[in-house]
Design a binder for this molecule. Structure first.
Ligand code: ADP
Ligand code: X2W
Length: 294
């Protein structure tokens, strides 16, 4: 294929532009949350896997945490159950938990397989492996009746993440791929929102970056315009006036917690854009919403 001089020049400039980022992020941990909504298109799945492998090849330590919300809903529907969410958290009875584990197990191995097909060495884990994600049953405070605690079933609140297994994998050629399931003190498995796992993991790994790939251009205002940067005060206002709702609530909460606990940059970006991850990490192009710690 021959390139016109301007196209060749543009390609060369883009490659050259990547160099300072490769230098800056060499040996740094990048936690990537791959949302269930961003993984529905096979071509995008391929580009995601290629991006993750490329980051590893140039010396970064990508750690993938995946969701699977829409895929869980699909199977629930097939077995005649309706997915119910409160403040972005799935109400999880025992039967639902079986479906959650089944679907996340399949999604996990699909991602592992995809990364491996592109030359990476992915290792799939849930929080049960080495009991590395400890959790306890979450009680959620009602938004309508402050002070009232809601029981949403087998949903976990993280009490501790032991990063040892992840740093061990990172120090080799491996790319950890993590499903958001935690383990309670009695050994019961608990369903955890994947954004929450990604945020907490970024914190305990002292990650350089947390990138949350989802199915919107980023955080949007009431008129649907992209908000390119958000402070904690902006976020409080957007929650209070109802601009942020549903799955965006745990996402923004986790993003802010991660930013405040020292993760250097936290982004919510559009996983429907091909190579969104590379654009975010290796180019000057700012995509999506940057979450600021203050
Ligand atoms: N202000 C907002 N800006 C963008 N998305 C929002 C906003 N408020 C609510 N959302 C919803 O949050 C969704 C993303 O969260 P979620 O469905 O949990 O995705 P994921 O599977 O990527 O975690 C969006 O698809 C959108 O429906
Ligand atoms: C407690 C809770 O809500 N768990 C989520 C776990 C998967 C997830 O978070 O998937 P996405 O990132 O695709 O939304 C659920 O059951 O849907």
């Amino acid at each position: 294929m021959s390139l016109t001089p301007s196209a060749a020049d543009k390609k060369a400039r883009t490659l050259s532009e990547a160099m300072p980022y490769i230098q800056r992020f060499f040996d740094k941990t990048i936690v990537v949350k791959y949302g269930g909504n961003a993984m529905t298109d096979p071509a995008l799945q391929e580009s995601f896997a290629r991006d993750v492998v490329l980051l590893k090849l140039v010396g970064m330590n990508p750690v993938v945490v995946h969701g699977g919300g829409p895929q869980i809903n699909e199977l629930l529907q097939k077995v005649g159950k309706k997915g119910e969410f409160i403040q972005g958290m799935r109400v999880t009875d025992e039967e639902t938990m079986d479906v959650v584990e089944m679907v996340l197990g399949k999604v996990n191995k699909d991602i592992v397989n995809l990364i491996n097909r592109h030359g990476g060495k992915a290792v799939g884990l849930t929080g049960q492996d080495g009991a590395f994600i400890r959790a306890e049953k979450m009680m959620l405070e009602s938004k309508d009746e402050p002070g009232k605690m809601l029981d949403i079933g087998l949903v976990g609140e993280i009490t501790k993440i032991d990063p040892a297994i992840i740093t061990f994998l990172d120090s080799g050629d491996f790319i950890p791929v993590i499903a958001p399931i935690g383990v309670a003190p009695d050994g019961e498995t608990l369903n955890i929102n994947a954004d929450v796992v990604a945020g907490k993991l970024a914190e305990v790994l002292n990650a350089e970056k947390l990138v949350l790939l989802t199915n919107t251009p980023g955080v949007l205002d009431k008129d649907g315009n992209l908000l390119s940067g958000l402070t904690p005060k902006n976020i409080d206002d957007l929650v209070a006036d109802g601009t942020l709702s549903g799955g965006m609530l745990p996402k923004i909460g986790s993003a802010l917690d991660a930013a405040r606990s020292g993760v250097k940059s936290v982004h919510i970006i559009d996983g429907r854009v091909e190579h969104a991850l590379l654009l975010e990490i290796l180019t000057d192009e700012g995509v999506g919403t940057l979450i600021k710690s203050k």
